[in-house]
Design a protein around this ligand. Structure first.
Ligand SMILES: Cc1ncc(COP(=O)(O)O)c(C=O)c1O
Length: 331
């Protein structure tokens, strides 16, 4: 099993019409029937989220930081003039779709999990550029394999200067499809060149590290966890969790612009997000400037990244106490 789509039994849906959300509907169809003038098809009124459910040793299913995903979806909806989905309705739908597909939540020993994909689209017909009056919110799930089938390991990354993912006052801080479309060429170039993923610099000055592919960036130096502060990156829930765990471990936390040259000073670095928790970084090459920043000298993940990775996964799978109240255990 890799990070791919596997059909499950059910998805859940909710329609927004006449200024309000309707009842939760259960569907076994993988298709959507919609108007050809729907705003999601023309004007990008599309928002999504990504989170996971984990089966513990006790066989119970745990949802990680569900209300934070609900709140991020609300901020995305505000940004592209879509109606907000109430946190309680979002949570009820997540719990329902996971319970309905319980047989697809991978067993504890597999190291796999159930990926949860909520999405909202403007379905109302418009020909001029305006927000829709009708919306559809769907949540589907898919079991996904362990991110590191051969074990937690480092990978090479590349800075692509040729393409920007998002502008400083654009939509980079929101989870809308358009940001990902804007990044497809950089992502393909990185893969074609043999790298794990692409790095974006800030679009205005091309000086500071923004984020990498569909993940935030963090680095470790002098007992400090350092991560970019930028208006064009997605506020990663994994990164926020790692900052908290790093603080619990006695590290200092710095959220600030990170100039590219500083990469040569880091003791450890990683890409972080729901998919991998942490993808440790071996090196970051600047393709156009023909520079290379080697981060892991021995090619192995650093001790602090490894500790953070193990700690976060242990919370997600219920192996250690959830002292920050991040986990919802399903009955
Ligand atoms: C652009 C981008 N940055 C960062 C992340 C990591 O965010 P999270 O930790 O909430 O999954 C994601 C994945 O959702 C992403 O798509």
């Amino acid at each position: 099993m890799s990070f791919g789509y596997i059909p499950t039994d059910y998805n859940v849906r909710c329609y927004y019409k006449n200024g309000k959300w309707g009842e939760i509907e259960i569907s076994s169809s993988e298709s959507i029937n919609m108007h050809m003038a729907a705003t999601c098809l023309h004007y990008g009124q599309e928002a999504f989220e990504g989170m996971k459910a984990f089966r513990g040793k006790d066989d119970k299913v745990r949802l990680f930081r569900m209300s934070d995903n609900a709140k991020r979806l609300q901020s995305t909806c505000d940004a592209i003039l879509m109606p907000q989905m109430p946190v309680d309705l979002f949570s009820d739908m997540v719990k329902k779709v996971v319970k309905l597909n319980d047989r697809f939540v991978p067993p504890y020993d597999s190291g796999a999990s159930l990926y949860i994909r909520p999405l909202m689209i403007g379905t109302g017909a418009r020909i001029g550029v305006h927000p829709a009056d009708e919306y559809l919110f769907i949540i589907f799930v898919s079991p996904v394999g362990p991110y590191f089938p051969g074990g937690f390991s480092t990978n090479p990354y590349v800075i692509i200067r040729e393409y920007d993912r998002a502008a400083p006052l654009g939509t980079g801080a929101f989870k809308i499809g358009g940001n990902y479309a804007a990044g497809l060429r950089a992502n393909k170039l990185a893969h074609d060149l043999g790298y794990s993923s692409e790095f974006y610099l800030d679009a205005k000055e091309k000086k500071y590290i923004d984020e990498c592919g569909a993940a935030n960036f963090f680095a470790i130096k002098d007992n400090t966890y350092i991560t970019p502060k930028s208006s064009s990156i997605l506020p990663s829930i994994t990164n926020r969790s790692l900052m908290q765990l790093a603080e619990d471990m006695g590290l200092k936390i710095e959220r600030r612009p990170i100039p590219e040259e500083e990469l040569s000073t880091f003791e450890e670095a990683g890409a972080c997000g729901t998919a991998a928790v942490i993808s440790p970084i071996r090196c970051i090459d600047d393709y156009e400037l023909k520079k290379s920043y080697v981060i892991s000298k021995d090619g192995k993940p650093g001790p602090i990244s490894t500790k953070l990775y193990n700690e976060l996964r242990s919370i997600q799978y219920g192996d250690v106490a959830d002292k920050h109240g991040w986990v919802t255990v399903l009955d």
